[in-house]
Design a protein around this ligand. Structure first.
Ligand code: GAL
Length: 381
């Protein structure tokens, strides 16, 4: 597993209002449910001399994390279409958290001779032989969100150590002057996901020496039910009343942790972190049940990936290089060209300036009847 700190050669690019980018990309955000849909054949499609009948293979890791099916896939599909006059296609498969299933899906894409593969690995190491085969077959591979091992051509993600730092800092801030004597529980992600080590490393850089880490768990395949079972163990061993905060690496697990705390009789929830800005997590933040989530502009990430894939196939090296101004090392390759999209801590106070401003959700999506009073209390209307 790669626990190395990403090494960047340039500063992170500034955040760009997503609505503008999405509009430029011909992507329509359907207000009612926040679902992303595509408008093809418009905007900046490539010049006629460029190849447009491109097949982009896209492999995403699981369905438990809402973003993949809800945003990443449709956004990539739309952007590929808009860049290719509607002729480019995305061949998509979801591994449903199984590394062996993803390896088969990967081999199938190579057999189908797609032009480029975007892969968000279930297991970064297990995917490496497949990446090698694609390379041998002349198919470029771009690692999406998680740094797949093997001879990948590029990487698009976030500064994942920073994600962990933002989460860890939120715990320390929430505990205030009680932090030093406070016992916390850490719910980390899947050990096969290289981001897990980076999230953890970033979080520990904020937590170590500032709080007492009473228990720390890795969570097989990021499964919420595994996190729930681990939370039950933590409560049994540390005691419900002694748990001052829970570091949860993502929102799916945060929901499970909160369920377990409530089922164990918690009347006042301790601070709980998250990541991914899932709709239910944003609602929990509104209701004061979850302290924060990390809002990663996966919209920018998805669009960046689609652009990199199309530019790669079309041989648009200048455009490709302009997008990948960072570099990163994996355990198997050095100086991988990378695009790292900024992250933001989302709390009660900036919902409007983040997910609403970017068109991810509408106020109506968040402020359903159950949350109406809490929304009014924080001025969300
Ligand atoms: C990470 C990803 C997160 C979250 C998690 C759970 O690699 O960066 O956004 O989705 O996986 O699958």
């Amino acid at each position: 597993m790669n626990a190395r700190t990403p090494r960047r050669t340039t500063a992170l690019r500034p955040a760009v209002p997503l609505v503008l980018l999405l509009a430029a990309a011909g992507v329509l955000l359907l207000g009612g449910c926040g679902v992303v849909d595509g408008v093809t054949g418009s905007g900046d499609s490539s010049t006629p001399s460029r190849r447009e009948d491109i097949k982009v293979g896209l492999l995403l890791p699981d369905k438990d994390t809402a973003r993949f099916e809800r945003f990443d896939y449709p956004l990539i599909k739309s952007r590929v279409a808009s860049l290719t006059g509607g002729k480019g296609k995305v061949v998509y498969a979801n591994a449903e958290a199984s590394a062996s299933r993803q390896n088969k899906q990967f081999a199938q894409l190579v057999d189908d001779k797609v032009d480029v593969i975007l892969v968000d690995a279930v297991d970064a190491r297990a995917i490496a032989p497949g990446v090698r085969k694609a390379k041998d077959a002349g198919i470029p591979v771009i690692a999406y969100d998680r740094l797949a091992q093997g001879p990948i051509d590029a990487y698009v993600s976030h500064d994942n150590e920073l994600v962990g730092e933002v989460q860890g800092r939120a715990i320390v801030d929430a505990l205030g002057d009680k932090a030093a004597t406070s016992k916390i529980v850490m719910m980390n992600g899947s050990p096969a996901d290289p981001n897990t080590a980076l999230f953890k490393e970033g979080a520990l850089s904020e937590l170590k020496g500032r709080v007492v880490i009473a228990k720390s768990y890795d969570t097989r395949e990021w499964l919420p039910e595994v996190a729930k079972a681990n939370m039950a163990k933590a409560i049994a061993s540390v005691g419900l009343k002694n748990i001052a905060a829970v570091y949860s690496a993502n929102d799916g697990m945060a929901g499970a942790v909160i369920d377990e705390l409530e089922q164990s009789g918690a009347t006042k929830l301790p601070p709980v972190t998250g990541q991914d800005a899932n709709l239910d997590a944003v609602q929990r933040i509104v209701a004061g049940e979850q302290t924060m989530t990390v809002y990663k502009s996966f919209l920018l990430e998805a669009q960046g990936a689609a652009e990199m894939a199309v530019y790669k196939v079309q041989g648009r090296d200048i455009a490709f290089d302009a997008m990948t101004q960072d570099t990163i090392d994996s355990p198997t390759r050095k100086d991988i060209p990378a695009m790292l999209v900024p992250v933001v801590a989302l709390t009660k106070s900036n919902i409007k300036d983040t997910v609403i401003k970017d068109g991810v959700y509408t106020v109506k999506d968040i402020c359903t009847a159950k949350y109406a009073a809490d929304c009014t209390a924080i001025g969300l209307k």
